[in-house]
Ligand binder design. Structure first.
Ligand SMILES: Nc1ncnc2c1ncn2[C@@H]1O[C@H](COP(=O)(O)OP(=O)(O)O)[C@@H](O)[C@H]1O
Ligand SMILES: [Mg+2]
Length: 217
């Protein structure tokens, strides 16, 4: 009997994902590949750190009720995570195909999920429209916690919001409305998140100020 049968392959920014089945459950096998431009020792350390972070952060997130896939197994030596495979499209794809009224509940829900994460001092670390899977209009899951951490730092939480805002802006210029919808959801479960939002705006204006200083005359 074949325990694991890996079939389809997806390629992310830093890992290869094999999709298959394990004892009849759909699984995603996330394999972090070596990066040849990094020194092998440093590369090993980085990949190991991200593997451990991802395993720890996604487990903690799931424990507090955030919608993330289950973690089935970790292979430290080979830099592999075995994760429950979910159906669904990336938020990035849905933004290109769904009308705004269908996107609204998705962004409120995502705001709830991130509010829950932050109120428990969990940082995603790479909160982009490529790391959210939409299953149904009111069901989504957050993936890719390799840059995540446990931290109560305001700056780290604000960075999550700013990363999300920036990727939204990059793919859809009229996305202020969607970000505000997300923010409503975020603040409804995490009222102290207004400080996170204020900090996000401070980082933004700091960046704008630096950009002005750097501008060539
Ligand atoms: N649990 C999962 N279920 C279904 N698809 C997944 C799952 N995890 C990852 N994928 C797919 O693989 C891609 C890359 O995974 P991700 O964890 O984001 O890796 P990377 O760090 O390389 O971006 C995702 O965009 C998604 O299409
Ligand atoms: Mg990713």
């Amino acid at each position: 009997m074949k325990l694991i049968q890996a079939e389809k392959i997806a390629k992310g920014a830093e890992a290869v994902i094999f999709k298959g089945t394990f004892l009849q459950s759909p699984i995603a096998i996330k394999h972090r590949l070596p990066k040849s431009y990094r020194h092998p020792d440093i590369d090993n350390r980085i990949r190991l750190h991200r593997l451990r972070s991802e395993a720890k952060v996604m487990t903690n997130a799931r424990k507090i009720g955030v919608s993330v896939p289950s973690l089935f197994g970790v292979d430290i030596e080979d830099h592999i995570l075995i994760i429950e495979s979910l159906e669904g499209k990336l938020l990035f794809e849905e933004m290109n195909s769904l009308p705004i009224d269908k996107l609204d509940p998705i962004f409120v829900n995502l705001g709830h999920q991130i509010g829950l994460l932050h109120s428990n001092d969990i940082i995603h670390g790479d909160l982009t429209v490529f790391n959210v899977l939409i299953q149904l209009e009111d069901k989504l899951s957050i993936i890719d916690f390799g840059l995540g951490k446990i931290s109560n730092e305001l700056e780290a939480k604000a960075d999550d919001l700013l990363t999300f805002y920036s990727t939204l802006k990059a793919i859809q210029p009229a996305s202020n409305i969607l970000f505000n919808t997300f923010l409503e959801g975020y603040l409804s479960v995490y009222p102290e998140g207004k400080n996170t939002y204020e900090q996000m705006k401070k980082i933004q204006s700091r960046a704008r100020y630096i950009a002005r200083e750097d501008r060539l005359e």
